[in-house]
Design a protein around this ligand. Structure first.
Ligand code: GLN
Length: 222
């Protein structure tokens, strides 16, 4: 039997060459406790950011921006508590760190959830979000949606046991950038961006590009 020429995981990560990035590429972290971290790292790199994994409070120090990925919000929330990351992340966000939450990440950034059972949240985004708003795994779907501020036609996205915003809690602060069936699915509140779906699995990187532009703007780039 011949040994394979790869080691487990290497085909996903080890041969994923860093693209040529400009020397001033912003550093964007992806919270790497659970969820689809790799897809975000790749989409960020394709969008001109230096993408790094974030697992500890020390990892936060170097960041110009942060992505909270999709996955399972209850699991990510519990791990945030266990690794004592909730307070440091809240502090960086309160101090203006641009942060992009997708799917479970949007749930975690929400100030309120439409459920009785409490779960740990990062918060900061003045919305009430309903988890699994479109049903179960089998009700997941790919679609194309118009997003305000994104040119070039509708964006390809994947709704995977997706949440949606049931209520905007501060109409002055929160901009709704896209809706599905009359419910917000992309919102922005200053330096916070959140999407109910997965923009990182379709190869349409325009939301990541938008976020990297927000990160550059927050850093004071021209
Ligand atoms: N349903 C998941 C949750 O409630 C989110 C799903 C996802 O991130 N794709 O956390």
């Amino acid at each position: 039997m011949t040994r394979p020429s790869w080691t487990p995981g290497e085909r996903l990560t080890g041969r994923d060459p860093e693209p040529d990035l400009p020397p001033d590429a912003p550093v964007v972290g992806v919270l790497a406790l659970q969820g689809d971290v790799l897809e975000h790292l790749r989409a960020l790199r394709r969008s001109g950011a230096r993408a790094v994994e974030v697992r500890t409070a020390d990892d936060l120090a170097a960041l110009d921006g942060l992505v909270v990925p999709g996955g399972e919000s209850t699991t990510i929330g519990r791990l945030l508590e266990r690794f004592e990351l909730l307070a440091p992340i809240r502090a960086r966000i309160a101090a203006g760190l641009p942060t992009f939450g997708t799917c479970a990440g949007m749930i975690l950034l929400s100030d309120e959830l439409d459920q009785d059972r409490p779960q740990p949240l990062i918060g900061g985004l003045a919305v009430r979000t309903r988890r699994n708003a479109y049903g179960r795994q089998l009700d997941s779907f790919d679609t194309r949606i118009e997003v305000a501020g994104i040119d070039g036609g509708p964006v390809d996205v994947a709704f995977i046991r997706a949440p949606r915003v049931e209520k905007v809690l501060d109409d002055d602060a929160v901009e709704v950038l896209a809706e599905v069936d009359g419910f917000p699915v992309v919102v922005r509140q200053g330096h916070l961006l959140a999407a109910a779906f997965h923009p990182e699995v379709t190869g349409d990187d325009r939301l990541h590009a938008t976020f990297v532009a927000m990160v550059r703007a927050a850093r004071g780039d021209a």
